[in-house]
Design a protein around this ligand. Structure first.
Ligand code: NAP
Length: 584
């Protein structure tokens, strides 16, 4: 071994692995904004297992995962790994790379020292029983995203990867281009191609959210490659040209519509009618762009909460909405009538397996996939690239950073089989929407029944409840119920049947929803049984107040009927809890 450490950009002789390497490290003591969390350090070059490969990194892709890793939220990735038995007290991020193979484990057969590769970020244990039986590794409990959930990602001179992660680098791409597309393109590939009969095919129509974004720009090209027609969603007309050059038939500016967000309640006639008007005009816009009255067979989803209701509504009967993220929020609402009556599929999707990554890469090798690199950075600018992302000031498209490559534009050694368009984004384009959570969300599992530490002062429902029940009969009119509410200054009336059993509650919200879309006389004539929320939610007077609050919020209710020995004796409401906050 001639040298212990090579300077950045000084390529070690092929196959010679120095003991130490330069890297950008995140450490727990400096969790925070990227410009502080990432620091340059020299660390030991990792050793490899029999199924692993050591890649000399020429360039690395940038994505949100390592903004979150640097912040230490929602997961301290270092602590999580230490808990799982890995000793390193630092994290080297980076989940996309281009580079040269420098060492291979004895069981690796798909690459050899000297090969130029791109690296996909899906890892799993080859000893996993599920994988050994031929199951999709994406469903393996051992599945992890390299460079986020695993250490020794691509923000260092050498990265440790599994052999199956390595794929041939497209010769026509330079290092920074080759490092930019794999994560997003493979995710888009599985979304569009991974779902059997619902997968995209020639002649299909695809609606693609965020068409100028990382995933969307790949999805447009993947759809084009099978002769499907795509309609791209963007937030400004200045991005139309970009998406159309990538292959979209047309684009829609989402800012021309305002029906986004959760669905109005299905009992809210007026609100629902307004939403329907919005979503229908959006559907008509899709027809206008297509030049024919066709609905999308596939909707390519990731904004989530704000767009899912629309995506499900406009999707063709028997079609699929496929979703890999909830950038705008996770509580997506679904009008189930459209899902079951029109037999649509709402399909979750996460990254891609080895086969799918390689299928996607074939497209890149043939020159049919532009990496949509919007900005490349120098090694020194790695924290800046993440800081721009953190501050939401980064351009659309994909970004990468040079690691071992000594300059921009190096590493290309051939021409693509087809001529590439290389569209560019409008000058000065930056994101306008909040950046998303990491692509791997820590989900509570049934097995990990760890007790969460929560503060609870032990208050009981009986400490705050109002004694006595104000009730009406199922046959009372809304006019009568309204009078009771106003005279007694209460927000809800319990509906009791002939046997004195509580069978429902008429709340102010129920009353207001009954009035929506009806004349005052029509609304007043309705019966309590028609507008009540059936099945009176109850809690025992000795229930913990915190449990009663969870019951209310979980069922979207503002009050519960309180029982003692199963007999209704009073009411506890959100207002009571708010009063308690003042009193504390
Ligand atoms: P990106 O480059 O930021 O593009 C996403 C685009 O979506 C935005 O640029 C924006 O475009 C559009 N958008 C944002 N908020 C929206 C909203 N409320 N309604 C409609 N459109 C909205 O991000 P990306 O790389 O494409 O990734 C998208 C999401 O997928 C992220 O949450 C990411 O973490 C996730 N992801 C998941 C996986 C996985 O395997 N599960 C893999 C990769 C990425 P306009 O403003 O032009 O509309």
């Amino acid at each position: 071994m001639s040298k212990q450490l090579y300077a950045l950009g000084e390529l070690p002789p092929l196959g010679e692995v120095p003991e130490k390497m330069n890297a950008w490290l995140i450490r727990p003591e400096r969790f925070g904004k990227p410009t502080e969390a990432f620091q340059k350090e020299v660390v030991n070059t990792p050793s490899i297992a029999d199924d692993e490969v050591l890649v000399y990194v020429m360039a690395a892709g940038i994505n949100y995962n390592n903004v979150w890793a640097g912040l230490g939220i929602p997961v301290n990735v270092i602590a999580a790994r230490n808990k799982a038995g890995e000793p390193e007290d630092f994290h080297i991020g980076g989940s996309d790379a281009s580079g040269i193979v420098y060492a291979v484990g004895k069981d690796v057969t798909n690459v050899k020292v000297g090969d130029e590769v791109v690296v996909h970020c899906g890892t799993y244990s080859r000893n996993c029983e599920w994988v050994k039986k031929g199951g999709d590794p994406m469903y393996s409990p051992t599945y992890k995203i390299w460079g986020y959930e695993t250490n020794f990602g691509s923000f260092a001179q050498f990265t440790r990867v599994q052999g199956q992660q390595c794929m041939p680098k497209p010769k026509h791409m330079n290092w920074e281009e080759a490092a930019a597309y794999t994560l997003v393109a493979a995710t888009a590939w599985r979304m569009l191609h991974g779902w059997g009969a619902s997968s995209i095919k020639k002649g299909d129509v695809a609606l693609i959210w965020g068409g100028a974004g990382g995933l969307g720009s790949m999805a447009i090209q993947i759809a084009k490659a099978v002769d499907a027609t795509s309609v791209a969603m963007v937030s400004g007309e200045d991005k139309f040209d970009y998406c159309m050059k990538l292959g979209a038939k047309g684009c829609i500016n989402r800012n021309d519509f305002d029906h986004w967000g959760m669905l109005p309640h299905w009992k809210d006639n007026a609100g629902y009618a307004k939403w329907l008007k919005g979503v229908r005009s959006f559907g008509a816009k899709i027809w206008e762009v297509l030049g024919e009255k066709r609905a999308p067979n596939i909707v390519f989803e990731h904004p989530g909460e704000s767009t899912i209701p629309t995506s499900i509504f406009v999707c063709e009967t028997g079609g699929m909405v496929v979703v890999c993220a909830g950038t705008s929020g996770y509580n997506a609402t679904v009008d189930l009538r459209y899902l079951w009556m029109r037999q649509k599929r709402l399909q979750g999707s996460h990254f891609a397996n080895t086969v799918q990554c390689n299928e996607m890469n074939e497209l890149a090798l043939r020159g049919q996939l532009d990496p949509c690199l919007s900005r490349a950075f120098t090694y020194e600018e790695l924290p800046l690239a993440h800081q721009l992302m953190h501050d939401n000031k980064h351009p659309h498209g994909n970004m990468s950073v040079l690691i071992g490559a000594t300059g921009f534009g190096l590493g290309a050694s051939g021409k693509p089989a087809v001529t590439m368009v290389h569209p560019t984004l409008p000058k000065g384009d930056v994101h306008t929407t909040p950046h998303p959570y990491p692509m791997s969300e820590p989900l509570p599992s049934i097995e990990e029944a760890q007790a969460l530490t929560i503060a609870d002062d032990g208050s009981k429902v009986r400490d705050l409840m109002h004694m006595g029940i104000i009730s009406c009969t199922p046959d009372d009119t809304i006019g009568t119920v309204a009078k009771i509410m106003v005279e007694k200054e209460i927000h809800a009336v319990v509906v009791m049947d002939g046997q004195g059993k509580a069978i429902g509650v008429v709340s102010q919200t129920d009353m207001v929803l009954a009035r929506q879309g009806r004349t005052p006389d029509q609304a007043r004539a309705m019966l309590a049984s028609q507008v009540m929320t059936p099945g009176c939610a109850t809690c025992d007077a000795d229930m913990l107040l915190s449990d009663a609050v969870s019951l209310m919020t979980g069922r979207r209710m503002h009050r519960l009927v309180v029982t003692e020995k199963e007999q209704p004796v009073g009411v506890i409401s959100m207002t009571d809890v708010v009063r308690k906050i003042i009193g504390e």
